[in-house]
Design a protein around this ligand. Sequence first.
Ligand code: BGC
Length: 387
Amino acid sequence: MRIDMLDPLSRYTALSALTLLAACSSAPPPAAEKSTPKITMNKESWGAAGGRPVDLYTLGNARGMQAKVSTYGAILVSVVAPDRRGQLADVLLGHDTLAGYLGTHPYMGAVVGRYGNRIGKGRFRLNGVEHKLAVNNGANHLHGGINGFDKAVWTAVDEGPQSVALRHVSPDGDEGYPGELDVTVTYTLTDDNDLRIAYVMKATGKDTVANITNHAYFNLTGKGEGEIVDHEIRIDADRFTPVDGGLIPTGELKSVEGTPFDFRKFVRIGERIAAEDDQIRFGKGYDHNFVLNGTPGTLRSTIRVKEPVSGRTLEVLTTEPGVQFYTGNFLDGSVVGKGGKKYLFRNGFCLETQHFPDSPNKKQFPTTTIKAGESRLSTTVFRFAAE
Ligand code: BGC
């Protein structure tokens, strides 16, 4: 079996075993390997949340990229990536300390679940039974509720210089969801400047629903300020899911043709962000799920973003059927983040790869149900480069 076809944990284990085998072989390493800087594992104590110790992992690669991951919320704290001159800078909004993440913030870098994005009125039926979820966004349920996965202290179950696997077991009834869900998220930073996030969601007891994603806010200038409207984006999606005024999908899969949602060719994010359009009005800009082309379940390249001044680019590959493209329209300066910066309107954008919002109430959408005893895998790769 090919290693890339294994589930993320087995793949990680297989790769570690291969690395160990290579290290034990008596043959001298090839010349190229000799010059590769040694990347050591870096784990530091980062304080405590709810009485539980929190650690911060720094993943590195041979090209100087770095990603920091906290066991609190499985939060991606920073991603340091090179611009076209090789200048490294952090391309994520967030906080310098755990205290910042313990305060109120709009899910910066967090793993959101059990259900990323909204479930209308916080209700759904599964196997004929109605489930009532915590309501935390007007009348609706958002990003897993009041105490979502972003506020859990995850347990590191595997760690290395370029990878960390974090586990969280969400109990039966958590925020109103039926059944226990056992989740592992593995962050891996490869020497190709790929940040790979692999999720394994296992329904251990009962049938349940799940939709887990990462809520990183990117600003590829590396400055963490300024509106992201001059970034250019291409999204390989022929359709999107229009919403009502509460940002709940109407159920329609609408063609992007002739709308401000057509990103099939590179467009400045700001080009049509203020268009006279009800959908734009509802989201105060872009805050919509796009139906990604290609076959869900296969890892495919779906999105590219370019920041013209630094030259930094971001490519997104995913196995998910959709992505929430959110342009930070609700950032209002109330969150003070890294370096004391106030995060203002549109200082960052999110690409939350996902199943569609409100799927448990929309039979026509790809199902988010995981049957008892079964698992769902999901992988997203954020690929960094510069041009
Ligand atoms: C939602 C936005 C929300 C943001 C922060 C996004 O995924 O679609 O409406 O404001 O997350 O919670």
